[in-house]
Design a protein around this ligand. Structure first.
Ligand code: C5P
Length: 400
């Protein structure tokens, strides 16, 4: 519930502005107090009277009242709010926010905002896909703002594509979930690797493994829900990310995964290496398809570089590195050997001997091992296992 929460709803000049009414109603229904702030263009789409009636408060749209000259303080709003959500956010407002162009009350309020900011873009598919818009959204993410991705669907232009503002009820749920969850990773950047890697043999064949990415994606959602900015480096998987604070980098090979992970690690507070990275890769990939007529073939495999060990060796004292071990025998001693060799803060062990654990399942049964302790957990949904792992990670931050 959002009982007692103060939420600033910013509305800009998009046809989706009418949906702001549903959003405001949903927030108020959940117990929030709402202050609407609208841009001049927003007023072309929805009237301040509608908004002030819904919120039971005058709408803020000008720097001062033309009637009596009284000043509307964006600074006070920045302090009053527990959250700000800009829905709909046009390409123009997104650009202004990214670059600090404070020429209206909404952007001025945004720049004064002390609370978390959610941004729900709404625009035509080409405008959304344009590199200028994408770059501006990336800039806003680096400020810690949460982008609520638009959905695919029919747009005001009658074109079909990505750019439709997320449904207002869902936006209200995202804000509610944010407040319902402990924000113990707020301000932290967590790097996660997930899924398998594919090592190319020729243009149509590869060496892969059965990893589904489910555990890594569950960890990414959990970290983001607890306030972290997440960089998720994903091998080839059939998984979607939901949370706006997850930046996903898709890779295919172990070498690409290493390069993406090493690029993100210097700014990360922790790396969770969950991917099932290939240990070997063909010494070269054939340029054209290897024909059956060539008869018996020998594949020469060379070792890949160990990402966990590389990051473990490079970590600074305040950084944490967490690894996984999927074992079939002598589980604990193998895991302890990896813990030490890869300089991990702790390792999450699962055994293929346990039914419901490991690859492809929605459940997992893990033991968390560190130099100091050993915690055995029962079989749980991967989303619940993620909570146990992230609780342990937060404990290592608290211990330092
Ligand atoms: O040595 P082993 O592959 O069993 O270690 C598993 C752990 O090491 C996992 O955390 C996995 O993500 C990581 N790993 C890695 N790079 C590799 C191989 C494993 O990051 N090339």
């Amino acid at each position: 519930m959002l009982k007692g929460k103060h939420i600033v709803v910013g509305i800009t000049g998009s046809i989706a502005a009418y949906k702001a009414c549903t959003l405001i109603r949903a927030l108020i229904k959940k117990g929030a107090e709402v202050q609407a702030v609208i841009t001049p263009a927003g007023k072309e789409f929805i009237t301040p009277v509608t908004l002030s009636t819904l919120t039971s408060k005058p709408v803020v749209s000008e720097f001062f009242s033309r009637r009596d000259g009284s000043w509307h303080s964006h600074v006070d709003l920045g302090l009053w709010a527990d959250a700000m959500v800009i829905a709909p956010a046009t390409a123009s407002t997104i650009g202004k926010m990214a670059h600090g162009v404070a020429d209206n009350m909404l952007v001025t309020t945004y720049l004064s905002m002390k609370a978390p900011v959610f941004i729900a873009p709404a625009m035509d598919l080409d405008m959304y896909a344009h590199p200028a818009t994408q770059r501006n959204l990336d800039i806003l993410k680096t400020y810690g703002n949460r982008i609520i991705e638009p959905a695919e669907g029919e747009l005001a232009s009658h074109l079909i594509g990505k750019g439709r503002m997320e449904e207002p009820e869902r936006i209200a749920e995202i804000i509610e979930a944010f407040f319902a969850t402990r924000q113990d990773l707020a301000g932290k950047h967590i790097l996660i690797t997930a899924g398998p890697t594919y090592e190319r043999i020729d243009p149509v064949r590869f060496i892969g493994n059965y990893s589904s990415g489910k555990m890594g994606f569950a960890l990414a959602e959990e970290c983001a829900a607890r306030g972290a900015q997440v960089t998720l480096v994903a091998g080839p998987v059939q998984m979607q990310t939901r949370h706006p604070a997850i930046r996903r980098i898709d890779v295919e090979t172990a070498a690409e995964m290493l390069s993406a992970a090493a690029g993100a690690f210097p700014t990360a507070d922790a790396a969770i290496l969950c991917a099932a990275v290939a240990d070997f890769t063909p010494d070269h990939a054939a340029i054209s398809k290897i024909k059956r007529e060539r008869g018996e073939q020998t594949l020469r495999l060379v070792p890949t570089q160990d990402i966990a060990a590389t990051l473990g060796a490079a970590k600074r004292p305040e950084q944490r590195v967490v690894g996984f071990a999927l074992e079939t025998d002598n589980e604990e001693s193998h895991a302890r050997e990896k813990l030490a060799r890869k300089h991990l803060d702790f390792i999450v062990l699962n055994s293929l001997r346990d039914a419901g654990a490991g690859f492809r399942c929605d459940t997992n049964k893990v033991t968390i091992l560190s130099a100091q302790e050993e915690k055995k957990f029962p079989l749980k949904a991967k989303s619940e296992v993620a909570k146990d792992i992230i609780d342990t990670l937060c404990q290592t931050f608290a211990d330092c």
